[in-house]
Each structure stands twice: as C-alpha cells, then as structure tokens.
Design a protein around this ligand. Structure first.
Ligand code: PLZ
Length: 444
C-alpha cells in the first residue's frame, strides 16, 4: 500500500462499527472461537503509516500498532519491498535442516545492538511467548537450576510456562491450569503505588528478601523482568531497581533476563528500554513484536556462553526465523541503524508527555502519566485517591474509538490507557488524536 493510496488522516463516515463491519462480525462470531477476543470489532481492509482503513471506509489513527508491533509503521516501504523480494525467492527450508542467510543477519544485528559489551549470540523463534520460554530453557540449562522469579503485574504470554509467569489470572490464566511449576512471583517496583519516596534500591531489597527467604538464591536459574512492563500498564520501576536485581543475580549465579518483547526495538527511543538504567546489561533479552514490522518472528539474544549451553537440537522449531519474517526484520533493524526511528520516538514523547501532563493538571482522575518515547500511559483513579478508576478509562477508550482514534487499555486494574503509536505517525495526526482524547475527558 503506498502513501498516496491511504490519505493520512482520521475520517469517520459511518457509526462505529459500521454496517459492513457489523455483518462481518456476526459471521466471525459464528466461525471463530469465543476465547479469541475483539477490542474494537471494525474490520480493517488496509493500512499505511499510522492510518487504518476499515471496510466501511472509516479511517482510524492507530495509537496501538497492533500492541506495539508495527513500530516502523504500517506497510513500511522497506519492509514491503524486503518481504516481496524474499517471498518470491525462498519461503522455507527450516534453518536447522538447510540454513539461509537472513536468519544469521538478524542474529548479527541483534547481537550488535542489545545492551552489554560482551560476546553475544542469538536464536530465533516465532512469538514473544516462545522467546520467553526459550530464554528460561537457556537459563535452566546453563545454571542447572530450576526455579525462576517473575514480578507482580508482569505479562509474558499464553503458553503453559508463560501463563504461570503472568500476574493477572483474568483473562490470561483463569481455568487453564495447572501451570508449570518453579515460578515465583516477587513484588515489583511500582512508583505510583509504592509508599511515597520508596527508592529503586528499597524496592529491590523487598524483592530480593522475598527471593532469598521464599525461594533461596542458590535455587534460582533466572530473574525475568520487563524493564518497562507492558500489559501491566507501562510500569517503569524506580531508578536503581533493575541494576540492584542484576547485582543480586550476578552475586548468586542467577541469569538476568529482560523481557523486551513490548519495550524493545526503538519503541522507547532507545534500541532497548534496558539502556535507560545505568549499568543494566541483562544476560539474555527476549525480542519480538516491533522487530519485523508485523511479520511473526522473535529472538533470544544474550551472553554467548549462556546461548551456547544447549546441545545441538535442544533449541529450535519448524518456523523459527522464517526467511520472509527474517527479511522483514533485517529491513526494520537496518532502518533503525540508519537513524531516524530512535529520534522519532523521542519526538513523539516530546508531544505526548507535555500534553498528557497538561490534561493531568486539569483532570484529577488522571493519577499518573508515565513511560518513555512512544510507550506512554495514563493511569486513572477516583479523584484525590489511588483507587483505580476503570470506568473512566473504559468510557474514554470508547469515546476515542467512536471518533476514529484507536487506543488500548492496560493495567492490573484495567484503569490505564496506553499509547503505542507507530513511529511513522505525523505530529499533526498525533495532535489530532490527543484533541479527540481531550474532548473525551472534558465530556466525562
Ligand atoms: N512478553 C512483555 O508484551 C505480548 C499480548 C496481547 P506473544 N503482549 C501483548 C494479548 O492479549 O495476547 C508479550 C509481551 C511481553 C511476552 C509477550 C508475548 O508475546 O507474541 O503474544 O506471544
């Protein structure tokens, strides 16, 4: 889809969802499992940049990027060209049968741009959950230990192990157990809800005490944490928290794993959100979503000695690092390398943060504005309290959807609106979307 074929503006021409979408949705409800949800059942026909066009001709400004996936923009020209070229050349061999080069190039680029000035290697998979599963496999094999620590408010996926690692029972886990053993949930640093003034070091002490007393440091294979939590509501721990956890991990032979499935790949204005914490260099990083502009591919990247701990054949899968998805990833990574996306994420922050903070000053149901780059959220409370106010966020999300702005909710208490725009969004589109949000706030 070229730029000219999608007018880069918001346009609502029917009720939302429109008549065609309603008809398609009725069909879907008959054919598709009810367990697969639908946040906004408008059926999208095509997209470019930050604009989604539905089957009724409505155009939405996308502030969700398919939950942080099309970071580089919908139908990015480079990604489209790379995919078209690769799909006509080679679509599959299975890398562990007969290899091909795009797989290796993705690994090389990830080894280069992940934090940590040490020898690294990578392995490729299909989904974020699969990357997290494999990071835990590497850590267990390397340490010979079984237990892992995860954090309150975390989200890591929908497989059996990653369900065990999620914080929220509903909707992710409830009724799907029993879950994989050996997973321990530890208190997170949540500056907005922690006691006022609690430092990162103090929150880390709380978490470490739990790991030492409840699990035993010598039993832990890995600590797994999202440097900025995604589904949990863009919770960035207080400064010093991540580094203190890493120091504890390294003093005790534990592998430090950063789950950057949502926060990685230019999303926050750095290659990885881990870069924001001084001295934080995770041993392993999980990567997915934004790395391939919508093509399914994921990775584990990290210390060579950990990544080499498995015997050949212990790691893999039929589709992992598929040539077409890998070609898309090379395009995305080369575009970030060439410059532009990181700066664009910071420019988006420079628009989003002050405008949202101005709204917070005016409307006291906005308790917190937080995040980095193009990963920013607002948390709603009942006026003058910390009580979660999901009625307000629900109403506002609905208002935005009705008016052609796609926003997503998040948070343990479902009281957070998160903004994950494609970096291709223009200033005018972003400001237009924020005008819609502000009009909704005024109406509440
Ligand atoms: N780790 C940090 O954010 C995916 C989930 C949306 P998969 N988050 C979006 C939904 O409702 O399914 C995610 C994440 C972090 C792991 C994952 C899992 O990635 O590619 O969805 O498996």
């Amino acid at each position: 889809m070229s730029e000219t074929s999608v007018a880069q503006e918001r346009k609502i021409v029917t009720s939302i969802p429109g008549p065609k979408s309603q008809e398609l949705h009725a069909h879907r409800l008959k054919e598709v499992s009810a367990g697969v949800g639908a946040a906004l059942p408008v059926y999208i026909d095509h997209a470019h940049g930050a604009i989604l066009v539905d089957v009724d001709g409505n155009q939405f400004i996308d502030l969700g990027s398919g939950i942080g996936v099309v970071t580089i923009g919908h139908t990015n020209d480079g990604v489209v060209a790379a995919v078209q070229e690769q799909v006509a050349k080679l679509t599959h061999t299975l890398f562990t049968v007969t290899p091909y080069t795009p797989y290796v190039e993705v690994c090389e680029l990830l080894n280069k741009y992940t934090p940590g000035n040490f020898a690294k290697k990578s392995a490729l998979f299909n989904s974020g959950a699969e990357a997290v599963e494999n990071a835990v496999k590497f850590a267990r094999k390397y340490t010979g230990r079984g237990e892992i620590a995860v954090f309150d408010h975390a989200y890591h996926g929908r497989t059996n192990l990653t369900m065990a690692m999620n914080f929220k029972a509903m909707p992710y886990n409830s009724g799907f157990g029993p879950f994989a053993p050996g997973v321990h949930h530890v208190p997170m640093s949540y500056p907005f809800r922690d006691p006022a003034g609690m430092t990162g070091a103090e929150a880390a002490r709380r978490a470490i005490t739990y790991m030492e007393k409840r699990v035993g440091a010598a039993n832990l294979a890995a600590i797994v944490i999202e440097p900025i939590q995604g589904e949990g509501g863009f919770i960035a721990p207080a400064p010093g928290f991540l580094k203190a956890l890493q120091d504890f991990a390294h003093a005790n032979g534990i592998v430090m794993i950063a789950d950057e499935v949502q926060s990685g790949i230019a999303r926050t204005g750095q290659w990885f959100a881990s870069h924001y914490e001084d001295g934080f260099e995770p041993d392993l990083i999980t990567i997915a979503k934004g790395v391939a502009g919508g093509m399914p591919i994921s990775a584990v990247t990290g210390r060579a000695e950990i990544m080499d701990s498995s015997h050949p054949g212990g790691i893999g899968g039929t589709y992992g690092g598929n040539p077409v998805a890998a070609a898309a990833a090379v395009s995305v990574l080369r575009q970030i390398e060439a410059g532009g996306p990181l700066e664009r994420a910071m420019a988006i922050e420079a628009i989003l943060l002050p405008r949202l903070e101005a709204m917070q000053a005016k409307y006291d149901i906005i308790g917190d504005v937080r995040g980095r780059g193009a990963m920013i959220a607002i948390e709603f409370v009942e006026s003058g309290t910390l009580n979660p106010n999901s009625a307000a966020s629900d109403a506002l999300i609905k208002h935005c959807h009705q008016n052609g702005v796609l926003v997503l909710n998040a948070g343990t208490y479902a009281n957070v609106i998160r903004f994950l725009p494609p970096l291709a969004i223009t200033d005018a589109q972003l400001n237009d979307a924020l005008d819609v949000l502000e009009a909704g706030l005024a109406k509440l």
